[in-house]
Write a protein that binds this ligand. Structure first.
Ligand SMILES: *Cc1c(COP(=O)(O)O)cnc(C)c1O
Length: 374
C-alpha cells in the first residue's frame, strides 16, 4: 500500500544515530542541546525544549502556561485529539470553535465568540502545514489575557507574513512522528520565547527537578541533592533520537521544497476534475505542506476512500472532529457544535505526500482518483 506519509531516512541519518550509540550519552547528553539549537534555526531563533512526542509537547506547553482546573482552552476540532485531550488531562475545559472553510484552520471570529472570563489559552492548529491567522488570533488571545498556543505538528518550516512558525505564538509545539515533515521516530518540541515559561517547560519535562542550589529550599544537603517543587514527568527525548533529529533538520529545506513541488504537481494533475476541490493557499502564507488535503464533493468521500484503498493507494482522512470522539461525547459534547468543521470532515481526503513519492506514483494517484470521479 502506498502510504499517505512516510519518513525519509538516509544512510547519513543511520550513521548519526549509530555514532551516538557508540558513545557515552544515550540520553541527557550533548545531542539534546545540539538538536534544540538546530531546531531554533527554524523558529526564528526562539529557543526550544525537546520532548518525547507532539502529545508531550502539548502537555508541557499547557502546563508551562499554568493551565489547570477551572480554566478554558479554546481550540479547533479539525486536529488530532491530543491538541484537546492534553488540556483536559490538566483539568481544563476544552471549548471548540469552528474553522475557516478554505484552510480548515481555527476561525479567529469563532475563537473570539468562544472566549469567556475563564479562557486561559487559545490553541491554533496549522492544519496540513498552512499557518493559521496569527495576527487576528493574537488580538483575540491578548484581549482576554490568554496565551496563544500553536500546535505546529504539521507546519515546521512554514511561514506567516514572512515570520517562521515557532515565532508566532507564546508556545509552539512540534511533532516528529514518522509521517510528519521531520522525524525522530517519536519526538516533539516546544518553542517558547519567554524565559520563565521556558524554564517551567524544561522542568516539567524532567520531573520538576530543581538542581540549582540557589533555587533549592534546603541547599545544604550536599552535591547529590535535588528537589521537586512542582510535579512533572519524564518527557526527555534521548540523545539517540536527537541525533536523528539534527540530521533530519539539515534536510528540512530539501523536504520542504520537495513537498512544495509535489503539491504544485498535484495542483496541475488534478485541476478541473469534477467533484473535487484542492487545498487553498492564502497569499500571505508560505506553507511547508505536511498533508495534501482535497475535498470530495457530492457525498462521495467514503466511496473514493474505499476505492483508492482497494487500489493500493493509502489515502487518509484528517480528522474526525475532535469532539466526536466518545471520550468527549461522554463529557456532553454534542454533534452540530461546529458545522464548518463537520462539513469539512465529511469531504476531506489526504492524498499521499512525502519526499520519497515519485512522479510515477503521483501520476498513478491522480489517474486513479480521476477514474473514480469520472
Ligand atoms: C501528530 C499530531 C499531534 C501529536 O503528535 P505525536 O508526536 O503523534 O504525539 C498533535 N497534533 C497534531 C495536529 C498532530 O498532527
Amino acid at each position: 500500500m502506498l502510504p499517505y506519509g512516510r519518513q525519509s531516512v538516509t544512510e547519513e541519518d543511520v550513521e548519526a544515530v549509530a555514532a551516538v550509540l557508540r558513545g557515552d550519552w544515550l540520553t541527557t547528553g550533548p545531542a539534546v542541546a545540539a538538536f534544540e539549537e538546530e531546531l531554533a534555526l527554524w523558529t526564528g531563533g526562539v529557543p526550544c525544549v525537546s520532548v518525547t512526542s507532539g502529545t508531550a509537547a502539548l502537555h508541557v506547553a499547557y502546563s508551562a502556561a499554568g493551565i489547570g482546573p477551572g480554566d478554558e482552552v479554546v481550540t479547533s476540532p479539525i486536529t488530532f485529539v491530543a491538541t484537546a485531550s492534553t488540556a483536559h488531562l490538566l483539568g481544563a475545559r476544552v471549548v471548540f470553535a469552528d474553522v475557516e472553510p478554505d484552510t480548515a484552520n481555527l476561525d479567529p471570529a469563532a475563537a473570539r465568540a468562544a472566549m469567556t472570563s475563564r479562557t486561559r489559552a487559545v490553541t491554533a492548529v496549522d492544519y496540513a502545514g498552512h499557518p493559521a491567522e496569527y495576527d487576528e488570533l493574537r488580538a483575540v488571545a491578548d484581549a482576554a489575557g490568554a496565551v496563544l498556543v500553536a500546535d505546529a505538528a504539521h507546519s515546521i518550516g512554514s511561514a506567516y507574513r514572512g515570520r517562521p512558525v515557532g515565532s508566532l505564538a507564546d508556545l509552539t509545539t512540534f511533532s516528529f512522528f514518522p509521517t510528519k515533515t521531520v522525524t525522530t521516530a517519536e519526538g516533539g518540541a516546544v518553542a517558547v520565547p519567554d524565559p520563565a515559561r521556558r524554564a517551567r517547560a524544561a522542568a516539567f519535562r524532567n520531573h520538576g527537578l530543581v538542581r540549582d542550589p540557589a533555587r533549592q529550599r534546603e541547599p545544604g544537603h550536599g552535591g547529590w541533592h535535588q528537589e521537586v517543587h512542582e510535579f512533572g514527568l519524564n518527557y526527555r527525548l534521548p540523545d539517540v533520537l536527537c541525533a536523528l533529529g539534527v540530521s533530519q533538520l539539515r534536510r528540512l529545506a530539501a523536504f520542504r521544497s520537495r513537498r512544495a513541488a509535489l503539491a504544485a504537481r498535484y495542483g496541475t494533475l488534478l485541476s478541473g476534475l469534477p467533484g473535487l476541490s484542492l487545498p487553498v493557499r492564502r497569499a500571505h502564507a508560505d506553507p511547508a505542506w505536511h498533508l495534501y488535503p482535497v475535498r470530495v464533493h457530492d457525498g462521495r468521500r467514503r466511496e473514493v476512500y474505499d476505492r483508492l484503498r482497494a487500489a493500493g493507494i493509502g489515502v487518509q482522512v484528517n480528522y474526525v472532529p475532535a469532539y466526536w470522539h466518545p471520550a468527549f461525547e461522554d463529557l456532553g459534547y454534542r454533534r452540530g457544535m461546529c458545522p464548518g468543521a463537520e462539513s469539512y470532515y465529511a469531504e476531506q481526503l489526504s492524498l499521499p505526500l512525502f519526499p520519497g513519492l515519485t512522479e510515477a506514483q503521483q501520476d498513478h494517484v491522480a489517474e486513479s482518483l480521476a477514474t473514480v470521479l469520472r
